[in-house]
Design a binder for this molecule. Structure first.
Ligand SMILES: C[S@@+](CC[C@H](N)C(=O)[O-])C[C@H]1O[C@@H](n2cnc3c(N)ncnc32)[C@H](O)[C@@H]1O
Length: 197
């Protein structure tokens, strides 16, 4: 099935979330990036057509899909829950979007080389507060939180100078000092960074 691409799916979060099955819509308020946040973050991460953005923990791809419509950048999302990737890629196809791909896997298996921008919506948090978990289909633990966070820090440190980063709902202490805060929005929940050294 092809969706009417002339329809403005970005007119509201409800309109956008309606692209997905009801159980995915129900997760949106807490777990998917609101469109107004996605617009600011995507424009920061993809200032031009050459930008390659990775969303670490992409869910059903709300940030990537919206980002690809708001900007001319290329958006990739990595997501550990296979059902989310299947559902998200179906919508990508239905909308005929060319600059979005969602891949199934753990971000620890991903090489971040080549990406110019990174989006991170506090994806590892569910390992600390099980009540906030999306489902019980994957293993969650404090040990995994430590492992993922340490891996993320190493990856962020290894990125080239000039790499752009947008974090949503993340404590400032979790970002290495080589990233300089450039701006913040939405009551400091969205922070925009650039790697300086
Ligand atoms: C808060 S949701 C954000 C979804 C999306 N970035 C958005 O803003 O719409 C975080 C997602 O990260 C995924 N995730 C958590 N840890 C992960 C990991 N180690 N590798 C890949 N995905 C992960 C979760 O399954 C969940 O779908």
């Amino acid at each position: 099935m092809h969706l009417n691409t002339a329809h403005n799916y970005l007119s509201s979060d409800t309109e956008f979330d309606n692209l997905f099955p009801i159980h995915i819509q129900n997760l949106s308020a807490v777990h998917w990036t609101p469109l107004n946040v996605a617009a600011v973050a995507a424009r920061w991460l993809a200032p031009n057509a050459g930008a390659k953005v990775i969303d670490i923990g992409a869910g059903v791809g709300k940030f990537c899909i919206a980002g690809s419509i708001y900007t001319k950048g290329i958006f990739t999302g990595i997501e550990q829950r296979k059902n989310f990737v299947t559902i998200g890629n179906k919508v990508v196809k239905q909308l005929g979007l060319q600059r979005v791909s969602l891949i199934h896997g753990n971000f620890t298996e991903l090489d971040l080389g080549g990406y110019t921008g990174i989006y991170f919506f506090n994806s590892f948090h569910e390992n600390l507060v099980f009540a906030d978990a999306l489902d019980n289909k994957i293993e969650m633990s404090g040990e995994l939180y430590e492992l993922y966070s340490a891996h993320m820090l190493r990856q962020l440190n290894a990125m080239p100078v000039g790499t752009r980063l947008a974090t949503f709902w993340l404590s400032i202490t979790e970002i290495p000092g080589c990233y300089k805060l450039q701006d913040s929005h939405f009551n400091n929940l969205l922070k925009l960074w650039v790697k300086e050294h």
